[in-house]
Design a binder for this molecule. Structure first.
Ligand code: NAD
Ligand code: GDC
Length: 383
């Protein structure tokens, strides 16, 4: 089955017996990249979408992806109660997250923040009587020892245990998976867990340090002139899933019977050198030489094994990376054009930053408003 055939949510979930009016769905982190795409899709399917996030979406008005927006901090139980009230389904997409320029240099703060979010959203969902719960896990849960060569044959779901994730980001995700599984065993709540493998597409973070390789390479390919900078020797490998496949997969999983964590990733393995060269084909004057720099590298090779998702859902992501990355490139090009017209310089975009850890978000835990000065750089200070 092609991923271009969008999943249609079965009527029994859109119009369940005994529910009058629109079914309410809550999305924690719903102003973020994946959350806002999901909100848009759920709204179009007829759901009433509630979003809780501590920032506003940078690229869309609230009414494009939700019916109700709560500017709140999901590390707080009271904020999660507001989100989950009257919802039949809740999706937790909130996390203090980013690519290699963020997760390796922010280990303590992100672990505290994400643990608080994990606890509070799930417990608020139980208290509110939510029936189905989705948790956004990550390929970062996998044991680093099975990712130490570029020729990764594909991580199977069982490779997560025995556990040795590389960073605290992955360890927290693994713990959160176990918490969601325990809630399902013990309480009247169905939990669904997907391990995302590097999701990319329009509206994703593309600058500031939290962006991942797809957006970073597009941005650099557009702005660079002599050489394109890259962390590492470029022989490290990954697979990348386009946002449309990701949204489709989340909905297929949420409304399925599959209660075990599954991979939601592409199995199209590519080296960073080949990926950057593919992206540079979109430049008017062709590819540039690559300049290899020291930087945070992550694992040596990571790929998704999709046997389990094919067996259980009869579907797997299939949008070729070349197709998705061109759409992403054109979108980033339009963002850069806008910023340059407003006074930015092309040279601002040729290097990637590493986000330095700050305790600002910890110090503001009990404040009514989220931190504003760069603890969450993707907002550009807008709240
Ligand atoms: P994102 O940063 O665009 O979205 C996360 C959202 O969570 C942001 O809007 C952010 O403001 C919000 N958030 C963070 N802390 C919050 C808090 N305390 N209270 C309220 N809102 C808060 O990232 P994304 O790419 O959309 O990722 C969504 C989820 O998927 C995250 O859980 C992430 O860890 C997971 N994931 C993403 C990828 C990927 O490649 N994008 C890969 C693996 C896992
Ligand atoms: O950041 P990322 O896409 O995350 O990096 C992929 C590879 O690209 C790394 O080896 C990195 O060093 C290299 N790279 C080279 N230049 C650059 O300018 C750059 N920016 C970035 N970001 N990378 C560059 C991610 C996690 C996510 C998420 C997914 C799940 O790890 O960071 O939070 O959970 O995994 O798959 P990646 O794929 O290592």
């Amino acid at each position: 089955m092609s991923s271009y055939e969008q999943f249609v949510i079965p009527e029994k979930f859109r119009k369940p017996e005994g529910v009058t009016g629109q079914v309410k769905v809550g999305i924690a982190g719903g102003a973020g990249f994946i959350g806002s795409h999901l909100g848009k899709r759920l709204k179009a399917a007829g759901f009433y979408v509630k979003v809780a996030d501590w920032v506003k979406n940078e690229f869309m008005q609230n009414d494009e992806f939700c019916d109700e927006f709560h500017l709140v901090d999901c590390r707080r139980a009271d904020a999660c109660d507001i989100l989950c009230k009257d919802c039949l389904y809740v999706l937790n997409l909130a996390a203090d997250m980013g690519g290699m320029g963020f997760i390796e240099s922010n280990q303590s703060v992100l672990m505290f923040n994400n643990t608080m979010i994990t606890f509070n959203v799930l417990e608020a969902a139980r208290k509110a009587g939510v029936k189905r719960f989705f948790y956004a896990s990550s390929a970062c849960v996998y044991n680093e020892l099975v990712q130490d060569t570029p020729e990764n044959p594909g991580l199977k779901e069982s490779d997560a245990w025995p556990a040795q994730p590389q960073d605290t980001y992955g360890l927290e995700k693994l713990y959160a998976e176990e918490m969601a599984k325990a809630y399902q065993r013990d309480f009247d709540i169905q939990t669904r867990i997907a391990r995302f493998h590097n999701v990319y597409g329009p509206h994703g973070t593309w600058k500031g340090g939290r962006e991942k390789a797809p957006a970073a390479f597009c941005r650099k390919a557009i702005a660079s002139t002599g050489e394109l900078e890259m962390w590492g020797d470029g022989k490290q490998t990954r697979s990348f899933i386009f946002i449309e496949d990701c949204v489709d997969g989340v909905l297929r999983l949420l409304f399925s019977d599959l209660a075990e964590p599954i991979n939601l990733g592409s199995d199209e393995l590519i080296s960073m050198n080949d990926f950057a060269t593919m992206i540079m084909q979109f430049r008017k004057d062709g590819p540039l030489p690559i300049k290899h720099l020291e930087g945070p590298l992550g694992v040596r090779g990571r790929n998704s094994n999709n046997d389990f998702i094919k067996e259980k859902l009869g579907w797997a992501p299939s949008i070729p990376v070349k197709v998705g990355i061109e759409k992403t490139y054109r979108w980033i090009e339009s963002q850069i054009e806008k910023e340059v017209a407003a006074g930015a310089k092309m040279t601002d975009y040729v290097s990637s930053k590493i986000v330095v850890q700050s305790t600002e978000s910890l110090d503001k835990l009990n404040d009514a408003v989220p931190p504003t000065n760069g603890a969450y750089p993707s907002t550009n200070g807008k709240h």
